[in-house]
Design a protein around this ligand. Sequence first.
Ligand SMILES: NC(=O)c1ccc[n+]([C@@H]2O[C@H](COP(=O)([O-])OP(=O)(O)OC[C@H]3O[C@@H](n4cnc5c(N)ncnc54)[C@H](OP(=O)(O)O)[C@@H]3O)[C@@H](O)[C@H]2O)c1
Length: 214
Amino acid sequence: MRIGILGSGLMGGKLGTIFARAGHEVVFSYARSEEKLKRLAREAKGKARHGTPREAAQEADALLLAVHWSRMDDVLSQAGDLSGKVVLTCSLPMNDDDTGLVVAHTSSAAEELARMIPKARVVAAFNTVPSEVLFAVYEAKRKASRPSLVYCGDDRRAKEVAAGLIRDVGFDPVDAGPLRIARYTEPFTLLIARLAYEGDRGPELAYRFEWRGK
Ligand SMILES: NC(=O)c1ccc[n+]([C@@H]2O[C@H](COP(=O)([O-])OP(=O)(O)OC[C@H]3O[C@@H](n4cnc5c(N)ncnc54)[C@H](OP(=O)(O)O)[C@@H]3O)[C@@H](O)[C@H]2O)c1
């Protein structure tokens, strides 16, 4: 699959690298330095290259949107027309100093994004785990018990794409339902962040849901 990365920071850089190592064609885009994008593409070792957001979007079967909430308008304007595109977003609606959500309760970053690009197929995924755990999950993907990863969206085919990529990274995808459920998954990540960054066990934290009934 061809995957365009819009935002090649902690999340986009690592997920793009993992997608490339899992065999996908990846285009890294949207960082402040082209050198960084080149290095990511080189070090990913698979079929990875760098490009502009527009180039990343053009041929992509799926896009990963991984920018700070304040950069959303800018990256979308640089990406161009996303009609029909599968857009996975891990972006959270954080305020400028990352201390709180600027959208919550009655909407979510994922729903606001879907309003900004109404012809795209938006799925909220990878937004509930810290970037620090991603490589560890990928390296352990052959183990029997995988951590969960919730995702949600309104487009069935886009959700299938998301579930496949979630599996490729090494998580067990948990379909949380329609996109509006991002109203619950986004604040859930603040709990995960609290445990990852304020606890004494480090940020390599994932979670697992288990159904103990039938
Ligand atoms: N980090 C996490 O563990 C985590 C977990 C869950 C969800 N999230 C969410 O995922 C999203 C991405 O988070 P992140 O931690 O990956 O952020 P990040 O490391 O800051 O990455 C953002 C990317 O956007 C680029 N960027 C910022 N300003 C730019 C500009 N003016 N022009 C061009 N590129 C620009 C950055 O460039 P540079 O590479 O040059 O800095 C970077 O590549 C956020 O919405 C966050 O809330 C993060």
